[in-house]
Write a protein that binds this ligand. Structure first.
Ligand code: SAM
Length: 280
């Protein structure tokens, strides 16, 4: 029996169900249930919300989310070896856990969720970044989720919260900060995981804003930011040349020096540039 519920400790669960970590699935498990309960608390008040958890593995964070009072958890896990362990959790929390086996990049989770919805996950790096970009770029805003509480490599977490003038500042920071508040809320050393990864990790908490911070057309903003940071060493007047012959005029109209580089330009200025290009 563990501290937060009546279920066995995670090491025992992993042994019982033969869930030796697989590198190919990016499996670095959190085994300390006090830590997973703490991460669940960082997701906010869960009592009235459905929680989408991606990549539950043996269920450490799942148990944290349920113990912290999530109304329902929908867990999407690729590895079939984890299903019996997750079924045991479902039995301990009747009618509150639904598990879908599959690739989170393919599964239509929304069909199984009722608002308000929070998302929490400790995912492999590549899948996590791709899902984050998808969750931040729906055609309409606000999105289907209220908050995201996600574990990333620390270096990726820093890219999400980065400010202009820093090396980490780029497309991810602008995407995240345009339509959400983003904060690093916890740092974790490699030893917090089994097996320990090579790098440190951090939990990022994002809260969806009711409307984007500054007006802009999403597609235009995306195009401008992608072009600016694809050639981040270049001055913007040449990095953005492909956007039109009068790009210097648009830069000046947006209050940006044409000789500046993308990493010096604020979110507000990028939005002004997108509006100028759209003639609004
Ligand atoms: N959440 C658990 C924890 O904190 O201990 C497991 C974390 S482990 C870093 C990532 C989990 O995501 C693994 O269980 C892995 O099988 C699962 N996974 C990897 N790729 C996935 C995908 N595309 N869709 C769903 N789950 C995936």
């Amino acid at each position: 029996m563990s501290g937060i519920d009546q279920l066995p400790p995670l090491r025992e669960v992993i042994d019982t169900h033969g869930i030796a970590a697989k590198k190919s699935l990016g499996q670095n498990f959190l085994l300390d249930l006090n830590l997973t309960a703490k991460i669940a608390r960082l997701a906010g008040d869960l009592s009235g919300s459905d929680v989408l958890e991606v990549g539950p593995g043996p269920g450490g964070l799942t148990r944290g989310l349920l113990a912290e009072g999530a109304r329902r958890v929908l867990a999407v896990e690729m590895d079939p070896r984890c299903l019996p362990a997750l079924a045991d959790i479902g039995a301990a929390y009747p009618d509150r856990l639904q598990v879908i086996q599959g690739d989170a990049l393919e599964v239509d989770a929304l069909a199984h969720l009722t608002p308000p919805i929070k998302i929490a996950a400790n995912l492999p790096y590549n899948v996590g970044t791709e899902l984050l970009v998808r969750w931040l770029t729906p055609p309409d805003w606000p999105p289907f989720w209220d908050t995201l509480t996600l574990m990333f490599q620390r270096e990726v977490a820093q890219r999400i919260v980065a400010q202009p003038g820093s090396k980490a500042y780029g497309r991810l920071a602008l995407l995240a900060q345009w339509r959400a508040d983003a904060r690093i809320v916890m740092d974790l050393p490699p030893e917090a995981f089994s097996p320990p990864p090579k790098v440190s990790s951090a939990v990022v908490h994002l809260t969806a804003l009711p409307a984007p911070r500054f007006p802009a057309n999403a597609a235009t903003l995306n195009k401008v930011v992608a072009a600016g940071f694809n050639q981040r060493r270049k001055m913007l007047r040449s990095a953005l040349k492909s956007l039109g012959p009068d790009i210097e005029d648009h830069l000046i109209a947006a209050g940006i020096k044409p000789t500046e580089r993308a990493e010096q330009v604020s979110l507000e200025q990028f939005c002004a540039l997108a509006r100028s290009l759209d003639g609004i």
